[in-house]
Design a protein around this ligand. Structure first.
Ligand code: NAP
Length: 275
């Protein structure tokens, strides 16, 4: 009898638009891994049951996306240090009877910035717009890279204050309401979901200078509203979050299979699939 491929998947709501099945199919083909990857659309109320059912079907690991990252954090144990720092889990792996909770979003972003885009993070001045789940996942890894100063600005300022308070021993981190953001930055990261509705977070024009690199965690076929805004204000260069998506997936693949796939050819193919 031929063994069934090892089963992985993505749980979220909605998930139909996701590029993760394509990414993991390409990783599996490249590394010779016998695995399948399915999409699980689950309401928040169903999360625990859908995960348990997936495990009963032989599931070995899950990616987790909006709105379930906090629920996955709660369900998992043990958790990695980067998941604890984020307070959210985007990667679940059943290992030796335990449900490991990890967060690969920040590592994916850092790898895209440093390795793919050649951005220097050490001593960099960084503005992070947004204080939701994605922002929580990227602050720790950016600090670990030696960022000189990170300012978090959010539409609801209290959420930025709360996020900064989680890293209370860190003098490089501060919050500011958008209108009080001062100076230009080496890097501006849009970690809001504003681009989903074609909007731009209220980052002051003065935050962008001729040496500023602008990065939107969202990705799309055409430049996002934020990236178009940044280029119109003279930003040095810009990139969307497709590279982060592929890199965080590679990090999850490493957790599950113990192999890091090459990401460049996969990123090229996924980019082509957008058009
Ligand atoms: P979330 O937890 O729902 O947080 C949304 C954030 O966006 C909050 O800070 C919210 O501010 C802010 N926001 C929403 N609409 C806004 C607007 N019109 N103007 C200003 N701020 C606005 O979402 P998330 O999980 O952090 O995701 C954020 C984005 O990152 C999404 O576009 C998601 O697709 C993307 N993402 C990409 C990757 C990747 O691999 N590329 C990974 C993770 C996430 P308030 O607090 O005031 O509501």
């Amino acid at each position: 009898m031929v063994d069934a491929p090892d089963l992985y998947g993505l749980i979220g709501h909605p998930v139909a638009h996701s590029r993760s099945p394509l990414i993991h199919r390409l990783f599996a083909a490249q590394t010779g891994q016998d695995m399948s990857y399915v999409l699980l659309d689950a309401d928040p109320a169903e999360f625990d049951d859908v995960v348990a059912d997936f495990r009963n079907r032989g599931g070995k690991g899950l990616n987790v996306t909006v709105p379930h990252k906090e629920a996955a954090f709660r369900l998992s144990g043990p958790r990695t240090e980067r998941a604890r720092m984020a307070g959210a889990v985007n990667t679940l792996a059943w290992q030796d009877g335990d449900l490991l909770g990890d967060n690969t979003d920040g590592a994916g972003l850092v790898r895209d910035l440093q390795t793919n885009l050649g951005i220097r993070l050490e001593d960099a001045t960084i503005l992070v717009a947004g204080a939701g789940g994605a922002a929580s996942g990227i602050i720790g890894p950016l600090l670990d890279c030696g960022a000189g100063c990170i300012v978090i600005a959010n539409r609801t300022p209290e959420r930025a204050d709360t996020l900064v308070a989680r890293f209370r021993s860190c003098p490089q981190l501060q919050s500011a309401p958008f209108p009080e953001v001062r100076g230009d930055f080496d890097l501006i990261i849009n970690a809001t979901s504003a681009s989903l509705s074609g909007q731009v977070p209220p980052v002051p024009d003065t935050a962008v200078g001729p040496t500023t690199f602008c990065y939107d965690l969202m990705y799309s076929k055409d430049p996002t509203a934020f990236l178009a805004w940044a280029v119109a204000r003279g930003a040095r260069d810009s990139a969307d979050g497709l590279g982060m998506l592929v890199e965080q997936a590679a990090e999850s693949f490493l957790v599950w299979r113990g192999i890091r796939p090459a990401t460049a050819p996969v990123l090229d193919e996924v980019r082509r699939s957008l058009s």
